[in-house]
Write a protein that binds this ligand. Structure first.
Ligand SMILES: CC(=O)SCCNC(=O)CCNC(=O)[C@H](O)C(C)(C)COP(=O)(O)OP(=O)(O)OC[C@H]1O[C@@H](n2cnc3c(N)ncnc32)[C@H](O)[C@@H]1OP(=O)(O)O
Ligand SMILES: CC(C)C(=O)C(=O)O
Length: 515
């Protein structure tokens, strides 16, 4: 049977140490509940001595959370430990996490204490914490730059004093995987009473190695990993929970342990943390980035469509995404294009028609980053209408009055099937008035899905290119129009789209407008 790997989340404590990521008590409780749903084993909710706000947050989380252990951080000082013990009183299961630095540089230059004094203070802190709870964690801060014999000495002493978890932090992100893993292995081996505690690691990401170091430690006997959602944390952050959990789960052939995490809660949790902290997730971030399960390249799309595992080592749904995403863009191929058309219920009479639509799609993709379903639907209609749009409606003239404080009014003259027709309408703005004036003549019963304007050139005399997207009876068309006068460009685009709707109707689409 595989060992349990405990997941200790410190988003609310170390994560909050990211400059700019402070959270309110209510926000911390919301995140803690998300972590509980994820079935995180330990939630480090804060550092109670740091402020009354932090104390109250730890207390509130302790009150609300029932299924995960709630932890509070404390220096190896009596007042810190008492404050943490007090904050954790309401917890169904509470842990005090006390720490003191063990590296020569920290002991000499920061604490100004001798190694003997550090051991004595660590033991005293653990003993005091045990007055409040049986669940006491001891961290050797800057263990990554500490001497192994000293680590073994202090670990033996604190375990004897009652520590049940021993944490080995790479506080400054200095370690590299092979060496860190070996160090953790030696620490476990060299601590005579190591079997009485769970060994843990807490890695920082200064060299981008936090997850790799944590996993290397797991391979060398660590059975708790401290991590944060989205890798939030002091400086470059901590090991990302989602990466650690999914690496262990995906590579069960490598790791001799399993977490109890409900991975489907990972993406919702990531979004919640990003939303609350304002630290957005980069699109190419593993597991939780928007592109983590997106495929745009034709060769990859083709492979995934034929057999998902050709290019996916995890299932998007397993970490809380709705499904993998085929992004249609300029790198996509015919197979992905055909598959999307099938999803949209579009069938082509011949391979030639499909090829023509695909060529149009590639031309569009050169101009646009991502192609949406509506773009494809419009493109398909246009492929069917190629070279044959019947210009039954033509713009003869357009006049729009627009004045400060007055409602704009448009007067339009159109040729409709060779007959001159006039219309007028007020509108919310000059473009709105112009399109309403056109509708007062044609009554197309279409729905406007999109209106967008781009400058073709720069400067106030530049041409504006307007795109109008209309829908009628399930058929979608795009109309384009260009002019230095943006209102006229809009009218041209609208009429262009209407002519496509009419032509589509003539081609046997029964709902086409009678003009
Ligand atoms: C690696 C980590 O992430 S550790 C956690 C880091 N997080 C934080 O520091 C956030 C919260 N911190 C705070 O709010 C404050 O720093 C407090 C409340 C903890 C302490 O504030 P102050 O009393 O004003 O002390 P200050 O922060 O200036 O200095 C830290 C003091 O603690 C001492 N100290 C640091 N770590 C420890 C420790 N683990 N055990 C005992 N003493 C320690 C330092 O030597 C220094 O002592 P000195 O004042 O005698 O020189
Ligand atoms: C308190 C300890 C675990 C810590 O945050 C660190 O060393 O980075």
């Amino acid at each position: 049977m595989s060992d349990k790997l405990f997941i200790f989340d410190t988003t609310l404590r170390d994560g909050e140490q990211s400059p700019g990521a402070s959270m309110t008590k209510e926000e911390k409780v919301r995140i803690a509940k998300a972590l509980e749903r994820m079935r995180v084993d330990v939630i480090e909710a804060g550092f109670p001595i740091a402020s009354s706000g932090d104390f109250e947050s730890v207390q509130a989380v302790a009150r609300e959370i029932k299924d995960s252990t709630v932890c509070g951080l404390a220096r190896a000082l009596d007042p810190d430990i008492d404050r943490a013990g007090e904050a954790l009183k309401p917890a169904a299961s509470g842990r005090i996490h006390t720490f003191i630095a063990t590296s020569p540089i920290h002991m000499e230059r920061k604490l100004r204490m001798s190694p003997d004094e550090v051991v004595k203070q660590a033991v005293r802190a653990v003993e005091r914490a045990r007055r409040y709870t049986d669940d006491v964690e001891f961290s050797a801060e800057d263990a990554g730059r500490s001497e192994i014999d000293f680590l073994c000495r202090i670990f033996e002493a604190v375990i004897a004093a009652g520590a049940t978890t021993i944490n080995i932090p790479d506080t400054v992100g200095y370690n590299v995987p092979e060496q860190f893993g070996a160090m953790v292995g030696r620490a476990i081996e060299g601590t005579p009473n190591a079997d009485k505690a769970v060994f843990s690691v807490h890695c920082h990401n200064d060299l981008g190695l936090a997850v790799a170091n944590s996993l290397s430690a797991v391979l060398n006997g660590a059975r708790q990993v401290e991590c944060t959602i989205n890798g939030l944390g002091e400086r470059a952050g901590n090991a990302a929970l989602e990466e650690v959990v999914m690496a262990v789960r995906t590579r069960q052939d490598v790791f001799p342990c399993e977490t109890g995490i409900d991975a489907t809660q990972i993406v919702p949790g990531s979004r919640l943390v990003a939303g609350i902290t304002g630290f957005s997730v980069q699109p190419n971030k593993a597991i939780v980035g928007a592109n983590a399960f997106a495929h745009e390249s034709g060769i990859h799309q083709d492979g995934v469509l034929k057999h998902r595992e050709t290019y996916e080592i995890m299932r998007a749904e397993d970490v809380g995404w709705s499904a993998n995403r085929m992004v249609l863009g300029k790198h996509s191929g015919r197979n992905a294009f055909r598959s999307r058309l099938q999803d949209l219920g579009v069938a082509f009479a011949s391979e030639e028609e499909l090829n023509a639509a695909f060529q149009r799609f590639k031309t569009l993709a050169d101009k646009k980053h991502e192609i949406y379903d509506e773009d494809i639907q419009a493109l398909v209609t246009e492929t069917n209408l190629e070279h044959s749009v019947n210009e039954r409606i033509k713009l003869v003239s357009l006049r729009v009055c627009s004045e400060t404080g007055e409602t704009p009014e448009a007067n339009v003259t159109l040729w409709v099937d060779g007959e001159e027709k006039r219309g007028s309408a007020p509108g919310g703005g000059p473009v709105d008035a112009a399109l309403k004036a056109i509708e007062s003549i044609v009554d197309s019963q279409t729905e406007l899905l999109l209106y967008s304007v781009n400058n073709i050139t720069t400067g106030t005399d530049s041409q504006g290119e307007v795109t109008v997207r209309l829908e009628r009876g399930g058929r979608i068309v795009n109309g384009q129009g260009a002019d230095t006068d943006i209102v006229i460009a809009s009218a041209k685009a609208y009429i262009n789209a209407l002519n496509k709707v009419v032509t589509a109707a003539e081609r046997g689409h029964p709902q086409g407008p009678e003009l």
